[in-house]
Design a protein around this ligand. Structure first.
Ligand code: NDP
Length: 458
């Protein structure tokens, strides 16, 4: 894939970028390695000052940064601004809390063998490579970088080839905030070059957010050189609606949960599993909500849903829908590629899905919802778990015991009750099954890229 900015609203190439050559790549890795020794030795208070000042710079750039996101991947302008603000908030959150998350923890010392004291401390690992996707070009990176840099690690970024402006913006942001040169460095390279970077002895660990094939490739290279990985891959999250739920509120939230970021979010609700007693009511409200969304120019504040980020992404979505329709699925709204420029796809609701349809098993990375009718609670759970993915989930019910019942049984990294899944700086984020492993954010996330050192004092 060429490294280029292509405006998804028009399909026009805005700017092309030459990849870094071997000499420049080596210089950048060496810089990150040298900075790791320096950053690891700085006190938390110093890093916090730099992180806060980088957050201030990002917020001061709000308009330009948001416009950059719209141009590169087509999200509606209001959502782009929200992404920038969330990044700044998260940077401040880790500036404030990293030291507490990584504080020394006293342990019960094994006195029988003469120990006076035992404890654990969290030390930085060094250089961490981040392979990141285009769907939240700033947020996906910041949710790794803010905790990782606060822990004293340095970061190398291999960003998706279609968001080079965001990649280069991030290349300088932390240094502008005061971090030592090399603390966070972008590598403009192709996916095929990632393997060698993973295997470079100066790189200590890897985090990847993206597709399952990319996750497998990177984890295999990291495994071959015994390096830790955190993988945040796709999802096909269930959104369950039970008879005691506030059905109108569930339907309104379901629309947002499906089409956020033009439907291209790993934690978007994708499969709507509704108890038969409230299925018809939910289906009508939800379909109406999806049909009423305004699709169009992401720069227009009235737009709810912009284009998909790439032409190939739209083709993938259209193929999944066409396959389901050819095998008998019912289209309640949307379902076909519109004429005209740009990579637009309409909000779509499908019902009557059967196991041989690809959409039942595969992730739909666009504004397409699958509706399932469940006969009872057990059936709803069965449908929810009948996927290889296990990222997040949502359950709508007025019964707390029922919410607990689902929370114990849903195969997912998170369960949101009477709400929609979102990531928050305070909460751990990540999945199970082919959605990946490890956690980002919170104390669990910041500790992923630390060496947990046990200290025994005799
Ligand atoms: P990819 O997984 O291909 O891209 C994500 C990142 O991984 C990019 O930086 C990409 O680089 C890199 N990459 C891709 N293949 C490899 C590889 N073999 N080794 C090392 N790095 C690699 O996602 P796509 O953009 O192609 O999207 C495809 C599907 O992935 C989507 O339809 C969706 O299902 C899922 N996805 C999930 C996301 C999530 O948030 N979990 C985000 C994006 C996609 P390059 O751009 O140069 O190829």
């Amino acid at each position: 894939m060429p490294i280029a900015t292509v405006d998804p609203a028009t399909g026009e190439t805005v700017e092309k970028f030459a990849p870094h050559d071997e000499v420049e790549l080596e210089r950048r890795i060496a810089m990150a390695h040298a900075a790791a020794a320096e950053l690891g030795g700085t006190p938390f208070a110093r890093r916090a000052e730099w992180m806060t000042s980088a957050a201030d710079l990002l917020e001061a750039d709000l308009d330009g940064a948001a416009a950059m996101l719209v141009t590169e991947m087509g999200k509606p302008i209001g959502q782009a601004e929200a992404e920038v603000r969330k990044c700044a908030r998260t940077m401040r959150f880790y500036a404030e809390h990293a030291e507490e998350f990584l504080a020394e923890e006293p342990l019960r010392a094994p006195a029988a063998v003469g120990a006076r004291r035992a404890s654990t401390v969290y030390r930085p690992l060094g250089v961490v490579l981040a392979v990141m996707p285009w769907n939240y070009p700033l947020w996906q990176v910041i949710r790794f970088a803010a905790p990782a840099l606060m822990a004293g690690n340095t970061g190398l970024l291999k960003h998706a080839s279609n968001v080079p402006r965001a990649a280069l913006y991030l290349d300088t942001l932390f240094e502008r905030g005061g971090f030592p040169c090399g603390s966070f460095t972008t590598l403009l390279i192709a996916a095929a070059q990632v393997d060698a970077v993973v295997r470079d002895p100066r790189v200590r660990a890897v985090t990847l957010t993206g597709s399952e094939p990319a996750g497998r490739a990177v984890a295999a290279a990291a495994g071959a050189s015994i390096k830790k990985t955190v993988l945040e891959l796709g999802g096909s999250d269930p959104f369950l609606v039970m008879p005691t739920a506030d059905v109108a509120a569930a339907a309104a939230t379901a629309v947002r949960a499906r089409v956020q970021n033009n439907g291209q979010s790993c934690v978007a609700a994708k499969r709507f599993i509704v108890h038969t007693e409230v299925y018809d009511e939910f289906a009508e409200l939800f379909t109406r909500g999806m049909a009423e969304l305004v699709v169009g120019d992401p720069r227009d504040r009235r737009t709810d849903v912009g284009p998909l980020a790439t032409e190939s992404g739209r083709r993938d979505v259209a193929e999944l829908v066409d396959d389901a329709v050819a095998k008998g699925a019912e289209v309640l709204t949307g379902g076909s590629v519109p004429a005209g420029p740009g990579f637009f796809y309409p909000p779509t609701v499908l019902a009557g899905l059967t196991p041989e349809m690809r959409i039942v098993q595969e992730e739909t990375f666009g504004p397409v919802a699958s509706l399932y009718r469940a006969t009872d609670r057990d059936d709803a759970l069965r449908i929810a778990n009948q996927t290889d993915f296990g990222l997040s989930s949502a359950v709508w019910t007025g019964d707390d015991d029922e919410a607990d019942w689902f929370a114990e049984r849903l195969e997912a990294g998170a369960v949101f009750v009477n709400g929609m899944t979102a990531s928050y700086p305070e909460l751990p984020f990540g999945g199970m099954k082919v959605s990946g492993y490890g956690r980002e954010l919170s104390a669990a996330g910041i500790r992923e890229f630390c060496n947990l050192t046990t200290i025994w004092r005799g």
